[in-house]
Write a protein that binds this ligand. Structure first.
Ligand SMILES: [Zn+2]
Ligand SMILES: [Zn+2]
Length: 349
């Protein structure tokens, strides 16, 4: 008995020493913990006495999105495309200001740089709006209330892919069953394999903004295309203007531009490619907007054998696309993480 109590005391002391050691080593690694241990009076209470913050929906959301500012900002899972796009814009503006419009001084030393900065601010704002906004993520089915046959993954076609239909403007549309989200999703939605969400009026997953394009950010995507076209059109105009001014000088030769104006030449080539790509995308999406189709529907060949029930005529379609009030988010990612706050009840599935 004594041996047992002695060994228990020793174990307790070892545990205490271990806990103190791990606490001090973690404090040295964590500057906030180090400050707490050095100046406890500066902190209102110890971390253990504070109640843990309740988990929010974005903490437990099963999709692959990355959340910032406590769920206010929603990005796709891989931000490399967005970072690359932002860096390309900033680098283009830097070359434009440093080598094209300020050296040599232009006849409008204030107007041209200010115009380029306004264009950059516009394209950056639309980029952020398109890339950090909920694109129309559809709530999932409440996991706890799933029927065992669906959750266990039985192979019965009747339970795994039940068919449902809805009639829209006289046209019967099938509601497909998403096995990941466990819902019958709305007719125009699709499951994004990159973000792992069903997105309403899914258009595409755009790698350049690292985000889905759907019902709630499509118009900002169109504005991004328009502002990017204006920005790179501006950059192309002034870089070509400077190259032509250099070529007009008596001692100029075409190949000498590589050594005398390398930055302007790079900007002109990059802007030309960007203008061509963005103009093609703009024309394609203007066609889709006028027809009230998404890229996904166009790719899948929808409405070829049946009429498009959403078609309101070209003007009505463009008005709906650009000016109709957007619906609120389907999922409140900042709400407390209870199934009812982020998932559909069984009855509505
Ligand atoms: Zn889904
Ligand atoms: Zn996506």
């Amino acid at each position: 008995m004594d041996q047992y109590s002695t060994s228990t005391d020793q174990e307790h002391q070892i545990h205490q020493r271990h806990a103190q050691g791990s606490s001090s080593s973690s404090a040295t690694r964590n500057p906030i913990r180090l400050l707490r241990s050095l100046m406890p009076s500066c902190f209102r209470s110890s971390p253990s006495s504070e109640p843990p913050a309740p988990a929010r929906v974005h903490h437990v959301w099963p999709g692959k999105n990355v959340f910032f500012l406590d769920g206010r900002v929603i990005c796709g899972p891989d931000p490399r495309g967005l970072i690359l796009t932002a860096m390309a814009l900033l680098l283009s503006e830097w070359i434009l200001l440093t080598y094209v419009v300020l050296d040599p001084p232009s006849p409008h030393p204030v107007l041209v740089p200010v115009a380029s900065l306004i264009l950059l601010a516009t394209v950056t704002a639309t980029l952020l709006l398109a890339a950090t906004r909920d694109p129309g993520i559809i709530p999932r089915r409440v996991p706890d209330s799933l029927s065992p046959s669906v959750e266990d993954g039985e192979t019965s076609a009747a339970t795994r892919t039940p068919r449902r239909f809805v009639v829209i403007n006289g046209v019967e549309m099938q509601l497909k069953f998403c096995r990941t989200c466990k819902i019958h999703r709305p007719p125009r939605s699709a499951h994004c394999a990159v973000c792992d969400n069903c997105v309403d009026k899914f258009d595409q997953h755009c790698s350049w903004i690292s985000q889905c394009v759907g019902l709630r950010n499509y118009r900002f995507y169109l504005l991004l295309l328009c502002s990017a076209f204006a920005f790179y059109g501006f950059a192309l105009t002034f870089s070509v203007r400077r190259i032509r001014a250099k070529l007009d000088s008596p001692d100029a030769r075409l190949f000498s531009l590589v050594t005398t104006l390398p930055e302007t030449l790079v900007l002109a080539v990059f802007s030309f490619v960007a203008v061509c790509v963005v103009a093609g995308l703009l024309a394609f999406h203007a066609f889709l907007a006028a027809k009230n189709k998404t890229s996904h529907e166009w790719e899948k060949g929808r409405y070829r054998s049946s009429p498009n029930p959403y078609d309101k005529g070209a003007l009505g379609n463009i008005k709906e696309c650009l000016f109709d009030k957007l619906p609120p988010p389907g999922v409140d990612f900042r709400a407390t993480a209870e199934p009812a706050t982020w998932a559909q009840p069984v009855a509505s599935c």
